[in-house]
Design a protein around this ligand. Sequence first.
Ligand code: ADP
Length: 503
Amino acid sequence: MSSVSNGNSNGSFKMPDIKIKFTKLFINGQFVDSISGKTFESRDPRTGEVTARIAEGEKADVDLAVKAAREAFDHGVWPRMSGYERGRIMSKFADLIDENVEELAALDSLDAGKLFSHGKLMDIPGVSRVLRYYAGAADKIHGETLKCSQQCQGYTLKEPIGVVGHIVPWNYPSTILFFKVSPALAAGCTMVVKPAEQTPLSALYYAHLAKQAGIPDGVLNVVTGFGPTAGAAIASHMEIDKVSFTGSTEVGRAVMEAAARSNLKSVSLELGGKCPLIIFDDADVDMAVNLARVASFLNKGEVCVAGSRIYVQEGIYNEFVKKAAESAKTWVVGDPFDPHVNQGPQVDKAQFEKVLQYIEDGKREGATLLTGGKPCGDQGYYIEPTIFTDVKDHMLIAQDEIFGPVMSLMKFKTIEEAIEKANNTKYGLAAGIVTKDLNTANRVSRSIRAGIIWINCYFAFDADCPFGGFKMSGFGRDMGLDALDKYLHVKSVVTPLYDSPWL
Ligand code: ADP
């Protein structure tokens, strides 16, 4: 069984000194209480204990935030200043984030149970990189010159889409926030952000840094609160021009319905995934086992692109199973602030119970539990890294997004079979391929219906690399210049020529 260094039990690491400074809504450049005065609890998933009380924004607070964002868009300087100037302010914002990496990483660990070491090395530095990428793009927003077929000529202008609502999930509270906020800022939009109720702390801290960096009041507003109230108010708001959502397919559908029923705002959805990792006979087995372990267990499996369906070709299957079981045993579960730990607690009790239920479903449906399968530690929401073999395509653990440290291993014979199995899901977010054969890699990557394909790697994200779904994983792209387009309208401007029939 994996070792558990839960709480302070082994005393071999030093906890950072965490101060929660911001707990109120951020509207029009000020931290304010919610109109109702209500607050909700933010809990530490290591223990389940309350760490802070956060202002609970509802519809009336969203209305205030949208009013501020609307005013900042319709009459403020942000959409009207040069892209160069917006880029300079965004770069300053990125510098301030770099100066506060430890504090920001600690807040995400405290809220979400994420590894503090990963936050410091990856999540938070990644956020400032994404911001700088779009800061560099802010003064390169071009239209086209149009030589029209009739006697006229024209050009296109790319203009900011307006007030944007960003609805953010809890699994990557910093990363996904900046997937959305950065291109929207570069485009010249103003916005209302709703972080997930499980992870409000870092978003409020970022709002404070945005103000320090010189982002004008009203441009970036943060309303903390629950999905069915604050989130739904954003989705249905008549004065919001676009909503960018990341979360479950079920809620994505509700967001789209609300947008359709209100002002037909533009919607982009990054939803669930059930991503395949296909490992061919020619793979280096040790490397493939390590990749599968990371693909399935990183961030305790709370990743929409988690490689939770592992397809292994029959020639190496038995060796792979044996090595995968051994490697799960060296994957350390414990306090996310401990630098020796690989996996912290699930985000909250509901998620913890949901994952354990899926493990029970796997056993009930006849899969073989190879390793793990139980909670661990005597407090908090820790679950052993779990591997099932003999998984069949129809089983719940092969079809549903579990969002927990559960790997399903399946055997295949031919490349055709691998492609068919990989595509046998309602989702289409990401996929991985492990092979040394270029033809195999090319053929499989072109045959899989998913938004990103990783060959001999996994979780390789880059600011320049668009990311989003096929099928029920949603539509619209985060990152890359495609994401900038999401926040821009195209306007055509046409003038007649001297011999035009339009004159
Ligand atoms: P998960 O299943 O990963 O918790 P959700 O889709 O429930 O993901 O939540 C993602 C985000 O959507 C969170 O910020 C949540 O508060 C918000 N949300 C939940 N329900 C709604 C809703 N009805 N309308 C708008 N946003 C919602």
